[in-house]
Structure formats: C-alpha cells, structure tokens
Ligand binder design. Sequence first.
Ligand code: PLP
Length: 267
Amino acid sequence: MATVKPVVLVIAGHDPVGGAGVQADIEAVAAQGCHAATAITALTVQDTRNVSAFTVTDSALLAAQLDAILGDLRPAAVKIGMIGSADNARVIAGALRRLPGVPVVLDPVLVAGGGGSLALDDLQQAMTGELFPLATIVTPNGPEAETLGGDGSPDAAARAMIAAGARCVLITGGHESGTQVVSRLYDSSGRVAEHASPRLPGDYHGSGCTLAATIAARLAQGAPVAQAVEGGLRYMEQALRQALRPGRGQAIPGRFFHLPARQDTHD
Ligand code: PLP
C-alpha cells in the first residue's frame, strides 16, 4: 500500500542557488515528513549574495498550476512565500477560498536578504487586503513587520497586522541586534509567546522560508499554532547551526541536518 503523507501546498518563487524559495520549502516540508505540492509564482536570478532580476509568473499560469494541484491533491496546509504581483495575490486568494478550514502560513516576502526587491510595486496592498484575512499566521521578520504594520514597536506592528485580518502573527527577531534572537507570537489577545535563542554568527539565506514551511508542515500534521511555531523555531535553529555554505555569500540552512553530510568547505 502507498504511504500517505500530509500534503502542504507551497506557493513560492524559485531561487536558483537553492537556499530560499520553493527549494527551501520543499526541503523543510520533506524533512518534517510531509509532501510538498508546488505552484511557482516567479523565477528569480540570484546567487548567495543578492537578487539581480526576477520575472513574475503570469497570473493565468499560476491559476492553472493551482487548479491542477487542487483538482488532484487535498492539501492539509498552505505555505505562501514570494507572490510577486497583486494579480498573483488575487489568484492565490481565490485558491485559498477553495480550502476552507485549511491552515495558511503567509511569509510576506518583499525583499531578499541581500536587499534586492522580490515584489512589484502593487503587491503590498493586495497582500494585506486579500491575503491577511485568509491567513492563519503571518511570519514577517522585523523589517517586513515595519513595512506591513508600521514602524512602531513589534507589538504595535503585530496589532496592525491582526487588525488587517491575520489570525496570528510571528515576528522573527533575526534582524535585531543583541546576543539573543527573540521571536514573538501574537494573536488577537496580544503577545502570547516569546522564544529566545542564542544569536549565531553569520548571515543566512532562506531562514524565513525554512521556518514558515516548517510551521505549515507541522500545522498539516495537526499541531496547534503555538506548538507548530515552537517546533518550527527549534528546527530552524538546528538547521542554522548546521548551515551549508554552497557559494561565496550567505550560508543556507542545513535542512537535512539529520542525514550524514560531507564537510567540504569553499575557499
Ligand atoms: N523567496 C524567494 C524566491 C527568494 O529568492 C527569497 C530570498 O532571496 C525569499 C523567498 C526570502 O528568503 P528568506 O527566507 O531569506 O527571507
């Protein structure tokens, strides 16, 4: 008999160096024991340092990918990363409405770690207006939280994102300074959890994707949000502790840290 694994619908862009985007999501989802079905929103041109170009998938082609997946598979959770354009956000909202009750993790990707844009100008408003109300949890890093929720405190930004319709918000602390990375989880009652871990040296590419995809996989397996977040942060910390450096720029999470690896390094 065939093995049944929970399916996570991943909606994301492609990163050719395999650190972030859809490959990060597939690896993280697979490492949790789930199966990833992937609808591609964009092709990017980038290395481990930064993005030099991207092209957004035509929204009709994205809709056709989602139709093919939803006509065949039954996702137990959805993870949304790079969206690219407002048209794509609207297509994704339509797909989510076909999945009532299925948890949705929205990683609101607007720029790459190196600072290059990953969104057309019209995306931000459509993401907030169309997708926040359908999201179980939105997982911005500090700068994304400022862009989307206002440049007050993280608490104020989270309140604004919840007022825009997100059920929960996890603001990750990787971009703050200090010896600890503090990530904060909010729901409509306010801040409900805080997770601290030691700050690891170096810069990483694909950590946000890895975390959000892991949370989605754990939700697909039936974990409640707070538990999925805690497990996701623990997995990401392990993956960062055993990061790989496949190129000359940022390191990428070692998402299969439980498998044996060769220890070659780049010069
Ligand atoms: N999605 C794609 C396709 C990307 O290329 C990137 C970053 O380069 C991201 C998402 C966000 O990556 P991170 O997990 O580093 O925030």
